[in-house]
Structure formats: structure tokens, C-alpha cells
Design a protein around this ligand. Structure first.
Ligand SMILES: [Mn+2]
Length: 361
């Protein structure tokens, strides 16, 4: 078995172009695979699903394999009395919605697909067949109870999938949509630990939640009794990167080097701290950087909130002397390590001198 898993695309009318280009990239990655599984929140809302269903269908119809679409919590936003199953997303798409799970067998693998539920109940009454294949994979949308020990599980207001639900399915592995940052966890069941995998959103990152890094889909292969999981990074999704720099250091040089790895679809956030003489000076530096990079990436955010403005610092002899010494030293030492140490020393030195000057006043 060889399948692709993608999640949390949050396809939206608002970001239609970006949405569809990534959907297309995901579909292209399914060439030669048995199926594509989508783990929910594929559309940002039911309205987005209605509006974009024609585009989705057009792209999906090119695929020569099934697309299993497990419904998440976002597809229910704005749904009123309608259902995802009423939308025609193309002949290849099997929409899995409602309070029940679905079961599929693909080349020796038993797959359980469960749509997101606001409340997990009645599952004790489900008649789940004994595992007949070698391996059973549980796919759903949401968070698994006990997998997010490092944060408040209920922060997102979604119901957690109970441990005993995972227990009764006796799955070998759980793969879940909903969390946008990729991570893997272990959950302790009665007699064993189970791997819970969150592939993360294949398209978006929330800046407010520091969801940095690249976007992935999962390639899941089962062959010779081995399960292999590979993360494939998506080119068109772009990555979200954050940096912090000091304005008194080699800011422009650092950005120059780093920007070589930036692509058109990336979101770049640069936070600048340090000490300057005036607002005007700070603005000039910021504007300069902004104009240089803002058209090279999808979004360029530069924040100067932590820059400290201090009048007349350049007139302080001790500071000018310190800067000239450090400049001379920089000219003498040209290796990377010395430059890095000097950079830090310079930033620290300026801070100390400024603190001393302020204390004197
Ligand atoms: Mn969700």
C-alpha cells in the first residue's frame, strides 16, 4: 500500500490562487499512489467549499485514484441544514461525514476513517470487526486525548478523541488532522503505547501561534510488513520563518545571506531590537529593508517595536570610541567565527554603554 495524506488545507475564496495551486501540487504527488486521504478542514468553511467545489472537482477529476475526504470541524462553519455529502467534488471523491466511522481495505491495510465529532459518544455500541489485515490505521480530525500534554488540550474548543475510543479500534497508528504544526506524540493506552501523528497543515500557518517551518504531506507505505512514513515538503505552500536581529549589528549582511533561501511563497517575519539616535534613523533602516524584500516573498513583516530611541548617543565619546575600536578589529579579523563573536560583543557593548550613560543622567 502506498497512500498520500494531506490535511488542513483551509482552501478559501480569500486565498483562492494559493489554495488551488497547493491542491494541484498535492494531487500531482499522488501519481503512482493507491489513494489520497484528506484529514479534514480541507475547506476553510462550508461556504468556501460551496464556492470552490467546481475548481476542486476540475482538478480532482484528473486523478485516476480515489480521494477519501474525512470531514473536519471547519467544513461545518456556515453549513446550516446542509451536508458536505451534498457537494459534488467529482467522481473520485468519497466524502466521509456523519457520526459513524468508515472502513477501507487497501492492499493488506485496514483503514478506519472517522469524521470529526463535536462529542464522542455511542462508540461503545459500534460493532467493530476484528483486525483481519496485518495493520490497522486510524485516520481522523481533531486531537487525541493525552497526546498534547504540553499544552491545554481544550484551548481550541474542539472535542478530544477519547483514549478508549482509540483502544476499541486497536489501531496500530493514529494520524490526525486539525493541528497545523507538524508533530508526533505517544499516547498510553491500557496495555501499550500508540503513535499519534499530526502531519500539520499542508498549506497554512497561523502567525499568532508561531507555526513556523515548512508545510508537508505524508507518504505512507506498507510493504514487506513494514510501515514507512515520509514527510514530503510542499514547494508551493511556502514556509514561515521568523528572525530576531539587532539594529546595531550586521543586520543587512545577515538578511542578505538568509534571503538566498527565501522563496516567493514564504512568509518572513523580522523583529528588530537595538538602540538608535532617532525615529528617523530607525524608519530609514526599516523602510530600506522592507523595500528590498517585500516583493520577493508572499508576506514580509518587519517589526521595530523593540528598538530603543536614545537622543544624542552618537555624541557620547565613549560610544564613538568603542565603535571605532570594534570597526578596526573587524577589519583585522576576517574569519566567520571572529565576526560572529564581534557582532555579539558589539551589541552587548552598546547596550552596556547606553545603560551606563542613562544611569549617569
Ligand atoms: Mn480543525
Amino acid at each position: 500500500m502506498n497512500i498520500i495524506i494531506a490535511s488542513d488545507l483551509h482552501l478559501s475564496i480569500k486565498e483562492k490562487e494559493h489554495s488551488l495551486s497547493i491542491l494541484e501540487e498535492i494531487f500531482m504527488n499522488t501519481i503512482g499512489k493507491d489513494a489520497l486521504f484528506l484529514l479534514g478542514d480541507i475547506f476553510d468553511s462550508f461556504t468556501d467549499a460551496e464556492e470552490l467545489r467546481g475548481d476542486f472537482k476540475r482538478l480532482a477529476n484528473n486523478l485516476k485514484k480515489p480521494i477519501y475526504y474525512i470531514v473536519g470541524n471547519h467544513e461545518k462553519i456556515g453549513i446550516l441544514d446542509r451536508h458536505m455529502e451534498q457537494l459534488n467534488l467529482g467522481d473520485r471523491v468519497i466524502i466521509i461525514d456523519g457520526p459513524m466511522y468508515s472502513q477501507f481495505y487497501i492492499k493488506g491495510v485496514d483503514i478506519i476513517a472517522l469524521p470529526y465529532q463535536d462529542r464522542y459518544e455511542n462508540y461503545y455500541q459500534w460493532k467493530i470487526g476484528k483486525k483481519e489485515e496485518d495493520i490497522r490505521i486510524f485516520l481522523s480530525h481533531g486531537i487525541a486525548e493525552g497526546s498534547m500534554w504540553f499544552t491545554d488540550e481544550y484551548e481550541d474548543n474542539v472535542a478530544a478523541i477519547p483514549k478508549d475510543l482509540l483502544e476499541i479500534f486497536s489501531s496500530d497508528i493514529v494520524i490526525l488532522g486539525h493541528i497545523h504544526q507538524k508533530f508526533e506524540a505517544k499516547v498510553m493506552l491500557e496495555n501499550r503505547n500508540i503513535d499519534v501523528i499530526y502531519p500539520g497543515s499542508s498549506r497554512i500557518c497561523r502567525l499568532s501561534k508561531s507555526e513556523v517551518g515548512e508545510k508537508y504531506i505524508i507518504s505512507l507505505r506498507y510493504e514487506d510488513k513494514n510501515l514507512n512514513i515520509d514527510y514530503i515538503s510542499l514547494q508551493r505552500a511556502g514556509k514561515y520563518l521568523r528572525y530576531e536581529f539587532n539594529i546595531n549589528g550586521a543586520l543587512n549582511e545577515n538578511l542578505d545571506i538568509l534571503s538566498n533561501d527565501w522563496n516567493r511563497e514564504d512568509i518572513i517575519e523580522v523583529k528588530i531590537s537595538g538602540i538608535v539616535e532617532s525615529d528617523i534613523e530607525a524608519d530609514k533602516i526599516i523602510k530600506n529593508i522592507e523595500s528590498k524584500y517585500k516583493n520577493k516573498v508572499r508576506k514580509f513583516i518587519i517589526s521595530s517595536k523593540s528598538i530603543l530611541i536614545l537622543n544624542n548617543i552618537s555624541k557620547e565619546n565613549i560610544l564613538t570610541e568603542f565603535l571605532s575600536v570594534s570597526d578596526n578589529y573587524k577589519k583585522e579579523k576576517s574569519d566567520d567565527i571572529s565576526a560572529e563573536i564581534l557582532e555579539l560583543a558589539k551589541i552587548m557593548g552598546i547596550e552596556r554603554i547606553v545603560t551606563a550613560i542613562k544611569g549617569r543622567k
